[in-house]
Design a protein around this ligand. Sequence first.
Ligand code: CMC
Length: 443
Amino acid sequence: MTQSTTNTPSFPPPQDEGSVTISYKGTTATLPVLSGTNGSSVIDIRNLQKDMGLFTFDPGLGTTASCESKITFIDGDKGVLLYRGYPITQLAEQSTFPEVAYLLLYGNLPTRHEYNEFVTRLEEKSLLHEQIRNFFNGFRRDAHPMAILCGTVAGLSGFYPEGTDTSNETSRDISAIHLIAKLPTLAAWAYKYSRGEPFVYPRADYSYSENFLNMLFARPDTPYKINPIYSRALDRILILHADHEQNASTSTVRLTGSTGAHPFACIAAGIASLWGPAHGGANEAVLKMLHSIGRKENIPDFIAKVKDKNSDVRLMGFGHRVYKNFDPRAKIMKKTCDEVLQELGIENDPLLELAVELEKYALEDEYFVQRKLYPNVDFYSGIIFKAMGIPESMFTALFAVARTVGWVSQWKEAFNDPLRRIYRPRQLYTGPEERDLKSSKQW
Ligand code: CMC
C-alpha cells in the first residue's frame, strides 16, 4: 500500500498585507507585503529586478524567506518550535519518532491504522540491498561515519529504481520511505565497519529506535538487551532533531532538489552540509570542547579565548541564527540527559558537571547576554549519547538519521509548490572588470 499525500491539510494562501514603496534614482517600485499563519511578514521582491534593475544583498540569507512552507515554525525570540502546529515539548513527551515522521511527511497525525501501515512500510524498507555491503569495503576503517553516509546514501541512487521518477508523487513517496527506513541501517553499519564487527540486520519486532540501538551494539557473541530508558531517550532525541525549517542542510536539500536531482543524491548533499561544526557537527565538537577544557577551573580562561576577537574559538553548543532565547530543544535535552544518567546510576558525571558549570558561566557573562547566545540542541545531546555508549564520531550521524525525515518532507513539499523553480541566487560582484588577456604564450 502506498501512502499518498492527498489527505494533506490545505491552508489559505499568503495574505496580502499592503505594500512597501522604495525609490532609487528616480525610479519607484511598490512591493507587496505578504503574511503567513505565524511569524514575520515578508516583502515580495520578485519584481524588483524587473522594475528597478536591483537585486537584494543578504549574505548568509539571514533575512530572506527562500520558500513558502507549511511544515515547521520557529519563533526565535520566544523559543517556540512547532511541527505542523504541534509544540515540540508535547511531541517529545507524548509522541514517537515514527508518528512524528508521519506528521512531518503528510501534515496530520496518523490514525492507528495509518500508523501501523507506516511502521510496516518502514520495517520492510529498512533492509539494504546485499550489494550495498560492498560499498563499505572501499572505506578505510577509520573513515568518519559522515563520510561513509555521504558516499553510501548517494550510492543508493543506483538501486531502487521505483523511487527515481521525481515527477511522480507516488515515486517521491517511495524514495522518502526508503531513506527514512535505511538511514539507521547505514549509520549503524558505518559504526560496525569502524569496529571491524559484523553488520547487524534490522528486525521487524523492534521499534525504530530499538532497532537502531540493536544494530549499533548487538554482536553475534553478545545479544544486546534493549534498555527502555535508552530507546525512549533516543526516540526523543530523534524527535527533537527531525526538522528545523530552512536550516543550512535543509536548504541544501531543497536547492539540490530544485534541479530535479535524484532524491538520494539530494539527501547525500544534505548530509554533507550537516557535517560542518557550525551545524550538525556541533554535537561532536561540544564533547571535544569539554575534553579540552578538562576542569571547571579552566572555564574562565576558555571563555576569555571565546571572547577574544583574534581567536576563532567558539563556545560550541551555544548560539543560533534564529533562537535569540533558549532553544526549546536544549531544555528537553537537559531533562533527558538527567534521566539517562540517573538510569546509569551516575550521580556526578564530571562531563555533565563541567557542561552545567560552563552553561551557567556563559549565561551570566555580558558577552553572551548582549548577543543573546543561549545553549542550543547540541549542548547536551553529546553527553547523553556518550552515556549510552555511542562514540563521539557517531553523534552527527545520529542527527542525520533524524533530520532525514525533515529533509524528505521539505524536499517533497517543494514539488507541490506552484512557485517551484531552480534555486539560482545572484551576487554582488566585486572582482576585476573586463580586461584583455595577455597569456604566457605572448611572453
Ligand atoms: N561562541 C562565541 N561567540 C558566538 C557564538 C558562539 N557559539 N555564536 C555567535 N557568537 C557571536 C559572534 O561572534 C557574533 O559576535 P559579534 O557580533 O561581536 O561579531 C555574534 O555572536 C553573532 O553571531 P553570528 O556568527 O552572526 O551568528 P550566526 O547566526 O551567523 O551563527 C551559529 C549561528 C549557530 C553558527 C553560531 O552561533 C555558532 O557558531 N555556534 C556554535 C556552533 C553550534 O553550536 N552550532 C549548532 C547550531 S544548532 C544545531 C544546528 O543548527 O545544527
